[in-house]
Design a protein around this ligand. Sequence first.
Ligand code: G6D
Length: 352
Amino acid sequence: MIEQTNFGSMPDGSQVTQFCLTNRLGVSVEILDLGGIIRRWLIPNHKQNHTDIVLGYDTVDEYLADDSYLGALVGRYANRIKHGKFSLAGKDYQTDINQGGNCLHGGGQGFNSKVWQCTVLSNSDNPSIMLELTSPDSDQGFPGQISVKVIYTLTEQNRLKIEYFATTDQTTLYNPTNHSYFNLAGHSSGSVANQQIQLLASHYTPTDENAIPTGEISVVDNTPFDFRTPTTINVPLASKHQQIEYANGLDHNLCLDAYTADLKSASYVGKAVAKQSGIELEVYTNMPGIQIFTANHFSNKKGKEDSLYQAHQGVCFETQFYPDTPNQPNFPSATLEAGKDFYSVTEYQVSF
Ligand code: G6D
């Protein structure tokens, strides 16, 4: 079932609509046509109530002012491009610079800030919506006009499937993700430090002090980034490792072991577990990397229902290409050539 409601208005007066996808088991996911934002994700609990497992806001204005991309679809390029500079097909490009002298998440007016065209694909079992956006040539400095589609499907088995499609009229970059901050004990329950995560990644990409990868692909052994067995999040957060100090927590790309260049379906890559709620989230994808981020800079950030979000109140599993790929020839490429069809898929399986 899908319920459409008016969520608010953009500064130009255009409407923002919320689509609430609900399956037969009573799980609901609220998605906005603004930025394809996942605003609430409601899991039935034994107190005849719901646990909302994602951080978010209650108004359009808060989302438009948000520098943390709560729940948003990110593009054209998730994560950073060093100084916003890259070369493609023999031409040099300069994108918008919007954070720390680099391009972050597609620039200051990225896909998260746009109202997408939304179509209901299925209003019954496995409710599904398709969001479409066209980004014109030179948008935020990226070459080519790119037409993107994202299909959200909530299955009757409590899996949220996110499929990304794109075509371009000129060779460009495309590295999409969803930037949900999960807290499986509830969005307003406090820190995720006592929750556990597992990620099947034997390597990670270390960064400099500005979160730009050094180009190394380093083993996770004997580092705070070894999540191959379920690990309580406060263990890496308490580490004095230089990489943790740089980011004031976890904010790193892990290299997923399941990845191969011809991987079309979503493979299991990791999970999060909150013992206090009994809710578990498994992550599946065909992408090569996943940015693990623990909301390190949050401080009294006003969220939904007047909650105040603090540092480490959520954890992100941003499936992606590695950061700064166009400047790192040894990283899997995020180049999309004219006439080629882009497809990626990420699935979040909830159990409770
Ligand atoms: C910070 O470094 C982090 C990014 O990884 C994150 O996506 C952003 O905040 C929201 O810049």
